[in-house]
Write a protein that binds this ligand. Structure first.
Ligand code: URA
Length: 212
């Protein structure tokens, strides 16, 4: 598994405002979208392309266009939904699937409660959106689900990751033949006893959409 921690002053600036507990929901949502667009630029570095011939007003020339089949973007509900707009702004031709994962706050175990995905993901590049890579339990369950459907290349985009979650994913996928990359805006210090990332930003879903 490859891990890429984005290192850019604009990302650091936006993350600092995002983490601040006084940042309100509308600003938080806008910042998440902006951060995802910046992270998506990095995450799509190896998006598949094909060579095409086009005619400019001056000459016939060759260029690169995104190849078929189109990539699939999979936000993990609910907090991943806040990342969708920022991603499809950069990759508007991507197909979008949804995966609902819920984490039991006591056992911290993840399970699927909803899915809307193509039945067959063979040959598809999948971009999974989940803002907080905490224990890694949700992402391991989600990625195994996509691998079972045939996904051949998986790129996870998160805003903040914890070292424990990265280690858990690395162990879970150490013998996995499907290439997996994690692109994150920050690698924080640790998880606390409640499974929250420290320093983190609190509950991403609640900060995006309020406590329901
Ligand atoms: N999920 C969140 O929203 N925040 C954390 O810190 C950990 C998991």
């Amino acid at each position: 598994m490859k891990v890429h921690v984005a290192n850019h002053p604009l990302i650091s600036h936006k993350l600092t405002v995002l983490r601040d507990e006084t940042t309100d929901s509308p600003t938080f949502r806008r910042l998440v979208e902006e951060l995802v667009t910046l992270l998506a630029y990095e995450a799509t570095r190896e998006v598949r392309t094909k060579t095409v011939t086009i005619k400019t007003p001056v000459v016939v020339t060759q260029g690169e266009k995104m190849a078929d089949p189109r990539p699939v973007v999979v936000p993990i509900l609910r907090a991943g939904l806040g990342m969708l707009e920022g991603m499809v702004r950069l990759v508007p031709t991507a197909e979008v699937g949804f995966l609902g994962m819920v984490r039991d706050e006591k056992t911290l175990l993840a399970s699927t409660y909803a899915n809307r995905l193509p039945d067959d993901l063979s040959g598809r590049q999948c971009f999974v959106l989940d803002p907080m890579l905490a224990t890694g339990g949700t992402l391991v369950a989600a990625l195994n689900y996509l691998i079972d459907l045939g996904a051949t290349d998986i790129i996870v985009i998160c805003i903040i990751a914890a070292p424990e979650g990265i280690a858990y994913m690395e162990k879970a996928f150490e013998n996995c033949l499907v290439p997996i990359t994690v692109v994150t805006g920050a690698l924080d210090t640790k998880l606390n006893e409640n499974g929250y990332i420290v320093p983190g930003l609190g509950d991403a879903g609640d900060r995006l959409y309020g406590v329901v």
